[in-house]
Design a protein around this ligand. Structure first.
Ligand code: TXA
Ligand code: MG
Length: 321
């Protein structure tokens, strides 16, 4: 499939295609999303089908303003400061759905809740403003595989399933954060983190008290399907918390590498031990190493703090075969 630079003109065309029922991959600050009208059954069906995503896994709705978000949900007013502080940005809130609004039940997987976010990437914002109505946008990858952080990744995964005549891939360069949004369910008394992600939970604790983090171990029946144990998987086996690589492995380092790494291929998430840089590189480097067809990718220990929590979450799930 052809990749189109996200020029003003192409964003305009992309908006029209979505309004006509097509599907468009576009950049956000986290990962690339696969956008379609949130009220359009046929388009939503196609999104599920090109991703190979099970229909019981609901899609995130993307909007351009808090006002637009508020029209879709039932919430109490003390949530509004959270929206004002963290939107646009890498936070997805799961809220009670306002049953009189137009998000198709297939997009919601028949749930009475709905996940919403406002992305901050200017291309995404411009697209959403042009479309005016809410769109759904799951990550633009094959279900269970690594999320895409470039237009090329999207094309690799979904290019053959999209149609040049009605769909589009918008290229806005590499995603700045590189890992998906933090998903928090605020429908119950106690807020629950369903997916650690681009927004550091510590930053939001000031506004949302007593947040609970769901742990994968006690999670055989996930309430957010992004919690399925196997997810974000490369084809190669991942050996986590490795100190050094074995000869026949690929190496994914973090922090300064020792001088004589004796292995097949090597990359480094961040030589200067910067977790933000590591998050930005994670999916892209895993894709590159995965292409080398090595049996195992050995990954250096990543500190479990800040966005490191999200990195480790994806690595642990990616290691589950
Ligand atoms: O950063 C992101 O969030 C990216 C970009 C494109 O915005 N999107 C993304 O979408 O990661 P997706 O569909 O790959 O992940 C959405 C996650 C899934 O784990 C899904 O199960 C969960 O949000 N989710 C959606 N609606 C939900 C709901 N009503 N209740 C619980 N979890 C929900
Ligand atoms: Mg996804």
């Amino acid at each position: 499939m052809k990749i189109n630079k996200a020029t003003k003109n192409n964003i305009e065309i992309a908006a029209t295609r979505i309004l006509n029922g097509g599907i468009v991959a576009f950049p956000t600050e986290t990962v690339y999303g696969l956008g379609a009208l949130a009220s359009h059954k046929k388009a939503i069906d196609r999104v599920f089908s090109v991703k190979g995503r099970p229909k019981n896994n609901p899609l995130i709705v993307h909007v351009h303003s808090i006002q637009q978000a508020l029209s879709l949900v039932r919430i109490n007013n003390n949530i509004i400061p959270i929206m004002k502080n963290f939107w646009p940005g890498p936070l997805t809130l799961v809220m009670n759905y306002n049953l009189s609004s137009s998000i198709h039940k297939i997009a919601r997987a028949n749930l009475n809740t709905i996940a919403i976010r406002i992305p901050s990437n200017p291309i995404a914002v411009e697209l959403l403003k042009k479309i005016k109505v809410p769109i759904i946008a799951p990550s633009a990858n094959t279900s269970e595989h690594l999320s895409p952080t470039s237009a090329k990744h999207v094309n690799h995964d979904l290019g053959k399933k999209l149609k040049d005549s009605i769909d589009m891939i918008l290229d806005g360069g590499n995603c700045k954060i590189g890992i998906e949004s933090t998903v928090i369910d605020i429908t119950k008394k106690q807020p629950v983190v369903l997916r650690p992600g681009g927004l550091n939970i510590k930053k939001i604790e000031k506004y949302l008290k007593n947040i609970e983090s769901i742990r994968m171990e006690n999670n055989s029946k996930p309430i957010s399907p992004g919690q399925f144990k196997k997810h974000y998987s490369p084809k190669s086996f991942l050996r986590l918390n490795a100190k050094s690589p074995l000869k026949n492995e690929a190496w994914l380092g973090f922090g300064p590498d020792s001088k004589n790494l004796d292995c097949k291929f090597k990359m480094n998430l961040s030589k200067k031990s910067d977790l933000d840089e590591a998050a930005m590189n994670l999916f892209s480097m895993l894709r590159t190493l995965d292409k080398k067809m090595v049996e195992t990718i050995a990954v250096k220990t990543i500190p479990n703090e800040g966005i490191g929590l999200a990195i480790n979450d994806r690595l642990i799930r990616g290691a589950n075969k």
